[in-house]
Design a protein. Structure first.
Length: 450
């Protein structure tokens, strides 16, 4: 895309990424605080294991619902404010029930996983207590996902992005209390409180967006039916669950290797995710919203020529960021983490892990953008099928080579699984544009969509 419209879109993506980075700033500061005051050891390992369980259930459900609801919300918005409010409200109620069920699954998975390793038996009680304090965040994240995705469909990216600040601020406040009291249990308590505030913010923002009339323009006569939302959401939750289960499995394996291994992995991965904010906070949601709205009026079929340019840009940008991260990893780790109880030995291991992870980062960010096309066309079952391949490759590499490679097996498994997944997603795009169908003259061209 070129000209004034292209520049306007680029500026909005950049602005959105900046807002997202600011909103996630408290969350980015969290590892620094934890590293400085609690270091890397059994206490932090117990929390990070519980947090991995939170990501497994709460993160997978919340992120899956946020992604899968966008095309359905876009269609509902085109049909009118009352329809949109009623439909998304039903989705949110179902999300709360799903989140409650996921919370139970999380504690079972955490406890059984730790029970499988004799070296982790003594840590089960502490990790389970951390998880219990995170349970409200599991339910809240599920509901937040619905309203956040609905706001993205309404092109209210900024309000959706700003909402992330509540979770981070809650966690950071909890961490501050934990530092004063020398009790890390306040951290999950603060995170849960922040997530519940995020739910309230997103709900109010969604009602405001609906009242303002934020649907796409066009009669939708060319749009293919999306099918049932619950089927799409279930497939998406399963796919996201597979993706989120692998880090939990990895941390359980790492915990059985050596003390502080989980914390070192977590610190390295958190630094990597800081670099992803341009994509998951800006480019990816913008692509999903744009393609979903185009699909709702019959102007997007996820063909190769429709997606190749966006995917190429994503690959180029992520490649540059990954290279810079690998080069400056020692400096970044030194500035960000090497304080207080975080030792020079910890820094050396984390630096090495960051460099290895930077390779997989390129494929991960590229596929994050590419898969938005599958989600925009509600091809969630295919997303699940490909997710099985992704998770299987990653888990198999960990179990096959963990003994020989130590901690470095985890970024290797991440990189290879993301590369295989990227190739699999790219193969889903058709080479040819479908034959044009008759369309009324009132339908707005795709280029005029915001």
């Amino acid at each position: 895309m070129s000209g004034r419209v292209g520049r306007a879109e680029q500026l909005r993506v950049a602005r959105l990424a900046a807002i997202s980075a600011l909103a996630k700033g408290p969350g980015f500061l969290l590892p620094i605080v934890v590293a400085a005051f609690f270091g890397a050891g059994p206490t932090t390992d117990q929390y990070f294991l519980a947090y991995a369980a939170l990501l497994f259930v709460g993160g997978s459900v919340g992120q899956a619902l946020e992604a899968s609801v966008v095309p359905f919300a876009a269609t509902a918005l085109r049909e009118g404010a009352m329809q949109a409010r009623e439909r998304v409200g039903r989705f949110a109620i179902g999300a709360a029930a799903t989140g409650a069920g996921a919370a139970v699954l999380g504690v079972v998975a955490l406890y059984l996983g730790m029970s499988a390793s004799p070296t982790m038996h003594d840590a089960r009680r502490a990790a389970s207590l951390h998880y219990a304090l995170l349970t409200p965040a599991v339910v809240g994240w599920a509901v937040s996902g619905v309203y956040s995705g609905a706001l993205i469909a309404a092109l209210q990216f900024e309000r959706s992005a700003v909402a992330n600040a509540f979770r981070g601020l809650g966690a950071l406040t909890g961490a501050a209390v934990a530092v004063v009291t020398r009790n890390l249990y306040f951290l999950p308590l603060g995170l849960s409180a922040g997530e519940l505030l995020r739910v309230l913010w997103l709900h109010a923002s969604w009602r405001r967006a609906v009242d303002a009339g934020a649907g796409p323009v066009g009669d939708g006569s060319r749009a293919a039916p999306l099918g049932d939302f619950h089927h799409a959401a279930t497939a998406q939750i399963a796919a996201q669950g597979l993706l989120a289960a692998t880090p939990l499995i990895e941390r359980l394996v790492a915990g059985a290797m050596v003390v502080a291994a989980i914390s070192r992995l977590e610190y390295a991965y958190r630094l990597l995710m800081v670099c992803s904010v341009l994509f998951d906070g800006g480019i990816a949601p913008w692509l999903l919203a744009r393609w979903s709205r185009m699909r709702s009026i019959g102007r997007f079929d996820a063909t190769w020529h429709q997606v190749v340019r966006s995917i190429g840009y994503a690959a180029a940008i992520s490649g540059a960021i990954g290279l810079l991260l690998a080069i400056f990893a020692p400096l970044v780790v030194s500035i960000v983490l090497l304080h207080g109880r975080f030792t020079v030995g910890d820094a050396g291991v984390v630096t090495s892990l960051v460099r290895w992870y930077s390779v997989g980062f390129v494929a991960n960010m590229t596929v994050l953008c590419a898969e938005r096309a599958l989600l925009a066309t509600a091809r969630n079952r295919r997303f699940l099928e490909l997710g099985v391949i992704r998770a299987s490759v990653r888990t198999a590499i960990v179990f096959l080579f963990a003994a020989a490679m130590g901690l470095h097996v985890f970024p290797l498994a991440f990189a290879l699984s993301e590369l295989v997944y990227l190739i699999s997603v790219l193969l889903q795009f058709r080479a040819e544009q479908p034959a044009p169908r008759m369309v009324e003259a009132s339908v707005v061209p795709a280029e005029s969509l915001p």
